[in-house]
Structure formats: C-alpha cells, structure tokens
Design a protein around this ligand. Structure first.
Ligand SMILES: Nc1ncnc2c1ncn2[C@@H]1O[C@H](COP(=O)(O)OP(=O)(O)OP(=O)(O)O)[C@@H](O)[C@H]1O
Length: 246
C-alpha cells in the first residue's frame, strides 16, 4: 500500500458571507499517495482551483485540515492550516512543485537559468545549480535547448522546462492546474507522459486539475468535482461526464 503524502479532511472554503456566500469547496476529504497520478476533473466553477490552491497552502480553508507527511518522518505530519505565511512559503519551496497552464517562465533567462531559480532561492551555489538543472533538462530531452530563451521555444518545449523547474527541488508533491490546456495533441500527450513517468520513477505524487480528456489514460485515480464536492469515477465514467459537459 503506497504511503500517504497528503491528507485533507473536511476541507471547506466559503467565499464571502451572508446571502452572497459561495461554498466553493464543501467538506472534501482525500488522501494523496506516493507514486500516484490523480486527476481532478469537473465542470467550470466546481471548485478545482480553490481546492488545489488550498492544498498548495496559498489559500486558507474556512475549516478543515491539510496534513503533509514528510517522507523522512511520516509519523510527524505537518498541519498546513497551523503554519504562518513564511512557514508556508518555505514548505512550498522545499516540498512542492507547481505547473500551470502557462509555463510562466522568466523571459530574461535561458531555459537552464529558469530551472536553476528554485535552487538558487534555496541557497545552492550557481555552479551546482547549473549542473543539476542541465542534468535534468538533458533527461527531459531538452539538452540541445539549454541556452534558448522561452520565446525561442515551442509551447511543448516551454512546458518541459516548466516541468523541470517543478521537479528540480525534488518535491514530495506536484500540483498542476491545466498543464496541457495550451498544447496541441502531440505536445499535450508528451508533457503528461513525462509527468507520469517522473511520478512513477521517483515516487512523486501528482495532482492535476484538467478538462483535457487526452490525460485520462495516464491517471491512477480520477476525482470528479461538482458543486464543491468530490465523487470518485473510473476513466470511462469520467469520459462520459466530460462529453456530457460539452
Ligand atoms: N476569490 C473568489 N471570490 C469569490 N468567489 C470565488 C472566488 N474564487 C472562486 N470563486 C467561486 O468559487 C467557485 C469555484 O471556483 P473555482 O475557480 O475553484 O472552480 P474551478 O472548478 O477551478 O473552475 P474552472 O474549471 O473554470 O477553473 C465558483 O463559483 C467561483 O465563482
């Protein structure tokens, strides 16, 4: 049985108050485990981004608990809701990797420099940071694009660099919001394949919010959200629901 990396219990987020209050996430409980790829699907406005933002420690839940289990001391979970903003920022830097719809690379920097940034912030010296960033980009088949600027790369290549930037700090959990939405079919599949391979090879846990049916085949589990609540679906059910959405 793979070990838990993160456990959310009765997580709720209410935006606003009184008659205009929106219960964006409604008493959600879930467990994310090492080495698994979990998809979060559901119609627009169902609460996916709100849930991911809370799991990332960027948004305080109205109520509920989020526990992260460090692999080195799984019996001493970290309760995210009890941390200060500074502690949360450190936790994100040390234990989480993020991939977004837009690669959000820094245009002034080359591909390898973009991947070095999280290491430099962690105080690793330039030479070592460059060595590690080059090594990872080479593993991701980007070895011949190390010194290209983001604008000189295709959308798929930019997302590969973003994947490398998310992986370079060896995070426990990778949180991705629509990582393939801007990519064509071939590049979308390659990027998700890459994320899936790394999850399996390195025992990472990946949670991906997506509307992209091409990703279904790469999921170990699908959580389907509707009106702030989670329903578990198999991939055929999810596919039917996605078709129904359109
Ligand atoms: N900052 C906010 N203030 C008030 N209401 C919000 C805020 N952010 C989101 N909401 C509301 O919370 C609900 C869930 O929104 P959320 O963005 O989490 O959904 P989503 O499933 O990620 O949608 P999409 O697939 O379109 O990104 C929606 O009703 C939305 O209008």
């Amino acid at each position: 049985m793979p070990e838990a990396i993160l456990r959310a219990t009765n997580l709720t987020k209410v935006y606003g108050s009184g008659r205009t209050a929106v219960r964006a996430v409604d008493s959600v409980s879930l467990i994310l485990k090492r080495g698994e790829v979990v998809l979060l699907m559901g119609p627009s406005g169902s609460g996916k981004t709100t849930l991911l933002t809370m799991l990332s420690g960027l948004l305080r839940p109205t109520s509920g608990s989020i526990k992260l289990y460090p692999p080195e001391s799984p019996r001493r979970p970290i309760e995210l809701t009890g941390l200060t903003q500074d502690e949360l920022a450190r936790l994100r830097l040390e234990r989480m990797g993020f991939i977004f719809q837009h690669s959000n690379l820094l245009e002034a920097l080359t591909a390898v420099e973009n991947v070095m940034v999280p290491l430099l912030i962690r105080g690793i010296n330039r030479e070592e940071a460059r060595r590690r960033a080059e090594g990872l980009l080479e593993e991701l088949d980007m070895g011949d694009r190390l010194n290209s600027r983001p604008s000189e790369l295709s959308g798929g290549e930019q997302q590969r660099v973003a994947v490398a930037r998310a992986l370079i700090t060896d995070p426990d959990i990778i949180i991705a919001d629509e990582p393939t939405a801007n990519l064509d079919s071939k590049n979308g599949k390659e990027v998700i394949k890459l994320i899936h391979e790394r999850a399996k090879k390195d025992g990472k846990c990946v949670i991906i919010a997506t509307h992209d049916p091409r990703i279904l085949g790469f999921a170990d589990r699908i959580l389907y959200m509707e009106d702030g609540r989670i329903y578990r679906k198999d991939s055929q059910q999810a596919e039917r629901l996605l078709l129904f959405e359109e």
